[in-house]
Design a protein around this ligand. Structure first.
Ligand SMILES: [Zn+2]
Length: 195
């Protein structure tokens, strides 16, 4: 899945707003860039599943600090599974939530995803005000987030997104350094799992 700007779907010609799939051929052919609706239609035919590509409206949610976050949704079929990803509009490293399940229950999955998003926005993990000084974790003493590519380190170090904000590996290291002598537990979970 790629982020593309000013691109059009090679199948239906519609402008691709955010998410697309680039189908590449191994022989160096440029392949085809498809909007998710066209991709899902082809995938449904290949997998022989009945799938109606849904269009979900932009959703506005408020976090625990009263800040507003606007989300769009990307629906992608992976054979017998469908995933719905919620991503923040106009925010490069913002909140992301994903859910996966049965393509025939896509509306039910969307409702579950909304619950996951509300739960995610209802808690904070890091005391951002302390960045620059001694950073700290909030009461729960846990961090939940998403691992992203960090251009600054050319991908050598991860960029973490916690509380819908980018936290560099260095910043996260400073947070951990303030708990010298404590134990920790690090778990990597699938994108669609509930953290
Ligand atoms: Zn298309």
């Amino acid at each position: 899945m790629e982020n593309e700007n000013d691109r059009r779907c090679d199948e239906c010609g519609k402008e691709i707003k955010h998410r697309s799939v680039h189908l590449r051929n191994p022989d160096g052919d440029p392949g085809r860039l498809l909007c998710l609706e066209c991709y899902n239609r082809e995938m449904a035919a290949i997998a022989d599943v009945k799938f109606e590509h849904p269009t979900f409206p932009t959703v506005l949610l408020t976090d625990v600090d009263g800040e507003e976050h606007r989300f769009d949704f990307a629906v992608q079929l992976f054979g017998y599974q469908v995933s719905i990803e919620a991503y923040e509009l106009e925010v490069e490293h913002g909140y992301r939530f994903e859910i996966g399940g049965n393509p025939e229950e896509v509306q039910k999955l969307f409702n579950k995803l909304l619950g996951k998003m509300r739960r995610g926005l209802s808690r904070k993990h890091i005391d951002v005000d302390e960045f620059g000084g001694m950073p700290g974790m909030l009461d729960e003493m846990a961090a939940r987030g998403w691992v992203e590519w960090d251009d600054e380190s050319d991908g050598q170090l991860p960029l973490l997104v916690i509380d819908g904000k980018p936290v560099t590996w260095d910043q996260f290291g400073r947070i951990l350094a303030s708990y010298e002598g404590w134990q920790f537990k690090l778990e990597i979970m699938e994108r669609t799992d509930e953290v």
